[in-house]
Design a protein around this ligand. Sequence first.
Ligand code: UD1
Length: 420
Amino acid sequence: MEKLVINGRTPLKGEVTISGAKNAAVAILPAALLVDGICTIDNLPNISDVKIYLDILTDLGAKVTWNNEHEITLDTRNINSYNSPVEKTSKFRASYYLIGSLLGRFGHAQVGMPGGCKLGARPIDQHIKGFEALGAKVDVSQGKITATAEDLVGTSVYLDVVSVGATINVMLAAVLAEGTTVIDNVAKEPHVVDVANFLNTMGADIRGAGTDVIKVNGVKKLEGNATYSIVPDQIEAGTFMLAAVASRGNILIKNCITKHLEPIMAKVVEMGGEIDEIDGDNVRVWCNKRPKKINIKTLPYPGFPTDLQPQMGVVLSIAEGTSIINESIWESRFQYTEELNKMGAKISAQGKTAVIDGVPDLYGAPVYASDLRAGAALIIAGVCANGVTEVYNLEHIDRGYENIEQKFRNLGANIERVEE
Ligand code: UD1
């Protein structure tokens, strides 16, 4: 078993370059199945979710060629299976995108029920509602989802909840449908826009991504023959911003899109951190005093992202005063607070609310990552704490952060991955 051993209390200083967005990559790879041709995808993050996805695409008959560490060329002309392997698809959440793309291209899809981070109930009723509205029959049984359609025909779909996954999945199914699909009450996250931009680059006709309504004019074929570069990861950039504040450091965050970071920057300033937006792609964040208490409510974009809630929880655990976090997206996103309490934090979490009494110092302890972002939060806590912290369950962290310990080490952290 691997663990990260962190010798703490280091102000993080230096530069970090942000990788391509995990949540865009895990949607763009299945989206490429809609292309009946060849496409090149650049700025792919080197993370385990991407590796599993590429394995699945290969199983389905795609040809993957690595051009360099972050760029692949995909040939999806000879896809010869619509059934993605259950043992692989049930390992991670974003495997549900295979339904939209295989259904869209072949009128038939079968995947294992998606797995992923345990953040509470994760229904996919809105995805199914969209597929059915387009004319598909969907069956969920024996741990599998099967969707079939003779013809998919454009229609109006109103999503009852703002869902990133349902927005992207219905968009995927509509790209090659006959006529126009209008999807209302959609998610506006940067990765939703990125998937639409990828598909348009390959030949789709999607309008309105980034607003509340997406309109997809069906096209006959996606020719591909183009290169697309994945957007920088908003959540990774936010993780390092919050690490700068928590550790009272000074970090230049390179290759990010500062517009996507506005909800986070506003909170950093409220806590007493300083920000210098150098240009649209680079931002410096620093903090040389104890952060101040603030309140947070997680919301769909452009609200404060739930995927940065645990990292923010670490900053607030050592802030001056009592802060309140209201988690409005997921039911069980406070598991990390028990681990932080082992390090001396004073957090009481119940239901969707956590009350955090800031303490002056955290102390190193063995802690367990319950999910991906909880893992990132525990690394930040370890860097800020006195003494030695051991972080376990690294498989969660490796799903979504590229070279995380190297990036922290470059900023001065004393962190090693060791085999126990
Ligand atoms: C995506 C992100 C995840 C992030 C989340 C919210 C990926 C791979 N994962 O997850 O990191 O935390 O967005 O920003 O991009 N819901 C329903 N019915 C549905 C679908 C969702 O009720 O059919 C609910 C969920 O229970 C949740 C809310 O809608 O309360 C938002 O979920 P959604 O945006 O779909 O999250 P994911 O796409 O799974």
